[in-house]
Design a protein around this ligand. Sequence first.
Ligand code: C2E
Ligand code: MG
Ligand code: MG
Length: 651
Amino acid sequence: MNNVIYFDISAFIILVIFVATLLGRRQARDRANTLLLILIELATLATIGDFVSAYVENASEYTRMGYILSNVFNYLFYGAHNLLFAIYTLYTYASIDIWHIYNQSKKLKIMWWSVVVFGALLLLTNPFTHAIFEITEPVVYTRGSLIILNYIYAAFFAAWSLGVVIKYRYIVRRDKIYTIIILYPIVITAAVVQALIPGMLVEMLGVALAVLFFMIVMQRHEYQIDPVVGAMKYTTSVERIKRIFRMNKPVTIILIKVANYSNLRLYLGQSLYNKYLYMVSELLGDIAFKHSYPVDLFYLKNGTYGYLSDEYDINKAIPVAETVKNRLAGAMNVGEYTVHTDARICIVRCPEDIDELATMMSLVLTFHETMGDTKDVMLYAEHRNDRNFMIRNEMDDILARALKENLFEMYYQPIYSTVEKRFVSAEALIRLKDEKYGVISPGIFIPMAENSGAIHAIGDYVLNAVFDFIARNDLEELGLKYIEINLSASQCIEVDLVDKILHMIATKGIDADKVSLEITETAADINPAIVDSNVQRLHAEGIRFALDDYGTGYSNIRRVTTLPVEQVKLDKEFVEDIDNPKMWIVIQDTIKMLREMGKEVLVEGVETEEVAHRLTEIKTDLFQGCELIQGFYFCKPLPEKEFVEFIKDRL
Ligand code: C2E
Ligand code: MG
Ligand code: MG
């Protein structure tokens, strides 16, 4: 009997290459990958079994050794081959992220095990029954009368897998489905050829070719590792997380944020920073491995890593997260530099904690800010009821509701003139009164609205409301020269800002010089050209400008000298530190410098009489002190009615 063994040799070479690449490749050690590796190893074993037994048979002379070898390797072939089909079914579940469907179903498990046990019994009893095969003298392989059962066994699992793929086709990518569909005729044809022509050992080559397709198509996206970072790519990660939510698959996600990533990038330079990211990936992969914690490691931009694990037990996740915390806290040598990682870690369980992709992705980007600034491992579940966290998390909804139901209100904080010794203007400050959370500070929602884009609608509301206020009240009668309105950086770059404002003040019939717009330095940084043009044009129409929060940004002197601002507002931070002698020098000199430029100087955040006095007392040859003061010492921001009463009382 002559068996054609070259097919097996080719199959063997292909499979060994795969095993080597899979083992050698940096990749996630999750269930699907582990099963894939087992599959290829089983295919390799089956190929070896098929090849050696065929080889011994080809030698065609009876020796005791040949007889034993033929038996052993035939059993190896059948054992590995049968298990291959059974494991392939499990792999199907794991690879499309529906492992939990199999895992939670007693019926499916019983079915799988029964058939596997049945197959094993067939083989184990074969030495006595010869139902599958028999080795006769002089080492001749003869099929048993019930070999058909073995084919039925394989067909059963193949059909099961195909059924799963078809049933869940809407979560499987097109190219995957095509691959699986192509794969079936290849394996079936090879098996049929081998069944009809027993010497043609093409089945394992069929399997190897199927694996080849698999590796090329199925594995292509799923295990795309960013070669720079050494973790799953952003797009791949998002695709996976999306699918997990769709299938309601229970997973634990551990988010790890390098909070000082931008400093590190600056410090190390891009190429060493990439090396650092790779080292962190390696470290994280290592930690999960040592804890036997099954994970996919992904990298989600801006120094954020994530472990995605099928292990739902939070008690398994905590020690891993703790180790990550401790290991990252240590020093790390990157090139010739030593760096320290400032990590924030948070454990989320889906779907229990979060069951929606949008919420998850926004958490990924902001958890280190929204969940508080702690280096301890944070559990999402514990923060769910925290007010600030909830507000930040629901901000988009809160703002949409506030805009729709008009839950904003303008407050006014009087501004005192130390020269005229009376209140001469006021700053309009927005307040949000949410039904659920009560008053929410603009310090929280304005920056978030700037991120989400809601700031434009809010800005329009503010302009409208304050212009109405100016139109309703006779400012001169109240002794007020103008009202200051905060313009956010995003508003400053609106293309139609000028027309909008001019149209508003025209229709409401108010004078341009009753309006002072506060801008910040950041605004000018984003897009200097358009900001300059907006400011110049509005200024030409008679609108005043103030530069807000001076001293917190770059304090770009050029901006103070080029932008047509009448007033500069020194930030609260200045006076908070007024007792520091060095700061006192800075305050005096800054005021002096700005006044010499002809700017009005306002100091914000004055809370005590003592500070107010010190500021008024500053003397120079040309000027005396800072002429405008705003702060709780004089008055807190008040609702319109109370503000008007407050001012009238002091006329
Ligand atoms: P800002 O423009 O620098 O406003 C001054 C902030 O300091 C206000 O906080 C005010 O209530 C607070 N403040 C006044 N005096 C004192 C004091 O003596 N001590 C202390 N500790 N604080 C004082 P508020 O109203 O919470 O606003 C915070 C920030 O939110 C504002 O800073 C501004 O950047 C932004 N914002 C407020 N209203 C608006 C608005 O209508 N539009 C825009 N775009 N931003 C706004
Ligand atoms: Mg302001
Ligand atoms: Mg300010």
